[in-house]
Design a protein around this ligand. Structure first.
Ligand code: C5P
Length: 209
């Protein structure tokens, strides 16, 4: 029997990370948040004063990935997400990160990966592909609450502007733009609780088994 590989793609704050984690738990599969790879590159540039406008420096920063602590709070900051979105547009950066993502997806026991291009580029033969989305206003509201919860001083309007800018950049780039794979199931979580969204995600995966 072929290993179960689940691809979860979608825009920022769509709920894809939470859904991917819940699917991994449900099916007892290892999970990779591929956004963390791009965030790790961004964090290295940010800390060591590298230039995110220079693709060569971004590729070089990939060498620092093994030193990045996945629990580092700064990895999840808006600043680092913003830089990640810039460096992820470089084909050389995407190419250099391709192999470790594909190796993760090819584990004999199966895997869950979430990101922007899992169903289209990293694991085009995945068993199940979910494209998780939500209205920008809903995503901004969720991200806002999360940031406020971390006691960060932010404004909802700014969070919405950031989300729209990131959407435009992720969807508009030439290298692996954010698009729903033809054979992916759309999961719009705008009007769903996270519990409901997870339940629906499991139903969609089950229908592909
Ligand atoms: O999902 P997350 O917000 O952590 O991703 C940070 C940035 O990394 C995204 O804005 C996107 O530009 C980039 N990314 C990507 N491909 C992936 C995962 C993330 O281009 N598979």
């Amino acid at each position: 029997k072929a290993p179960l590989v689940i691809a979860v793609d979608g825009p920022a704050a769509s709920g894809k990370g939470t859904i991917a984690k819940a699917l991994a738990r449900h099916y007892d599969l290892p999970h990779m948040d591929t956004g963390l790879l791009y965030r790790g590159v961004a964090l290295s540039l940010f800390r060591f004063g590298g230039d995110p406008g220079n693709p060569f420096e971004a590729v070089r920063a990939i060498g620092d990935l093994d030193q990045v602590d996945p629990d580092d709070e700064e990895l999840r900051s808006e600043t680092v997400g913003e830089i990640a979105s810039r460096v992820s547009a470089y084909p050389a950066v995407r190419q250099a990160l391709l192999e470790r993502q594909q190796a993760f997806a090819a584990q004999s026991g199966g895997a869950v990966l979430d990101g922007r291009d899992i169903g289209t580029v990293i694991a085009p033969d995945a068993t199940a592909k979910l494209f998780v989305t939500a209205a920008p206003e809903v995503r901004a509201e969720r991200r806002y609450k999360e940031l406020i919860g971390r006691e960060l001083d932010v404004h909802l309007e700014d969070v919405l502007l950031d989300i729209r800018a990131r959407d435009a950049r992720d969807a508009g780039r030439d290298a692996a733009p954010l698009v729903q794979a033809e054979d992916a199931d759309l999961l719009d979580t705008s009007e769903m609780s996270i519990e409901r969204a997870v339940q629906r995600a499991i139903e969609l995966v089950e229908a592909r088994l």
